[in-house]
Design a protein around this ligand. Sequence first.
Ligand SMILES: NC(=O)c1ccc[n+]([C@@H]2O[C@H](COP(=O)([O-])OP(=O)(O)OC[C@H]3O[C@@H](n4cnc5c(N)ncnc54)[C@H](O)[C@@H]3O)[C@@H](O)[C@H]2O)c1
Length: 461
Amino acid sequence: MRLTIFGSGYVGLVTGACMAEMGNQVVCYDIDEGKIARLNNGDVPIYEPGLDDYIARNTESGRLEFTTDVEKAVGHGLFQFISVGTPPDEDGSADLKHVLAVARAIGEHMDDYRIVVDKSTVPVGTADKVKAEIQSQLEKRNKSVEFDVVSNPEFLKEGAAIGDFMKPDRIVIGTDNPRTTELLRTLYEPFNRNHDRVISMDIRSAELTKYAANAMLATKISFMNELSNIAERVGADIEHVRVGIGSDPRIGFQFIYPGAGYGGSCFPKDVRALAKSAASEGYEAQLLDAVEDVNNRQKQRVFEKIERHFDGKIAGKKIALWGLSFKPRTDDMREAPSRVLMEALWAAGVKVRAYDPEAMGETKRIYPDQQGLELCESAHDALEGADALAIMTEWQEFRSPDFATIKDALADAVIFDGRNLYEPNIVEHFGLTYYAIGRGHDIAGNSNFGRRREDKIAQER
Ligand SMILES: NC(=O)c1ccc[n+]([C@@H]2O[C@H](COP(=O)([O-])OP(=O)(O)OC[C@H]3O[C@@H](n4cnc5c(N)ncnc54)[C@H](O)[C@@H]3O)[C@@H](O)[C@H]2O)c1
């Protein structure tokens, strides 16, 4: 089948490459000329495991092309996928200007029947706006061309996007036309062989399903972060609590990790946009507002721990920072907790020696010439000359470090772990003080887990 994908970002490139992999003819279009030029030179502008191989193989076979020629893009595909960004508007609602720009372009250039498939995450009612925009462009041209608009939200996870796309948990198809559902079903057939994953529904429900999924996942995270703050105050260990509740199959182990808050291009903006949609219909979504508030507060937690450890005297300190991307296996730093930490540290006069396995280029792009930021070659390099270590992303290479080396390198042997990567007993065995999330007393006036253990060891001696 012939497909056009509008927007060559995380979703567009993965969709295009995986669709081409199954034998379809795919044209990826983007307004960013630099991005398309890089793709045409065989350079993949984002880090997503496995994506470069898929793109190389399919461009070589002639099934995948990249273009900035909008006429060619609209002329190519029976299916016109929209996978452009839907960033938050100033008031937090989803900004539809890119989605509607694509609708306009399709209306301006289409001459035959088209199925416009919305993969971007968009508020309920957007399909109607896309339809109206296309229709108005056709009317301007005095054209009468049939088309359908479908909601087909994307559920891939950055870092595992190829696997998610090739073997999806579900393929949600929202249409008001059974014939279109069947055409989409045929397109997705190669991804749907083992058992039927297609869930078809009306367009509005499909649009809401995507927000519901992200809001649910964000709620799980904020719930655990809320509990971790309670655990610190009452002297419990959230990691025991996590295992204790996860063993209940109604709760489950997935997605109940406490940490430094969620980031990324989806959860923060989608929770906000859903709350805004609700508000614009006169409904105050209290739970969603709380999920966001808890998350914003949680993103400050590691900074607060650092500040408290040094009794507020942090100006002039140097912090080694491991992990910049909002989660492992991606270079995406949109709304990453590491950014909140770094910006708070800089404001307090602290220098940061940062390292991330994939997000160094992105950090340089976001913070060009940033005072107080040194980008380091390796995790070990970041420790050199630092007072303390903070960890903000759970990359695998940070999971079993050489604690003796860390202790020797740091002026003040202390780790602030925003991802609960280590067993406190082991870290402390090496003479390091260890602050994690929700593990032992760690509020003003109380000694933290690490200090309490040090006192205990001193007493035993
Ligand atoms: N990133 C994810 O993990 C993920 C997962 C599921 C859904 N989504 C949703 O998918 C959508 C895209 O997300 P993304 O992360 O791929 O965004 P992205 O920012 O990585 O990519 C968007 C691309 O669209 C391009 N673009 C903007 N206007 C355009 C236009 N008029 N015509 C053609 N291209 C245009 C931009 O130049 C950019 O390359 C968003 O709505 C997002 O919420 C994202």
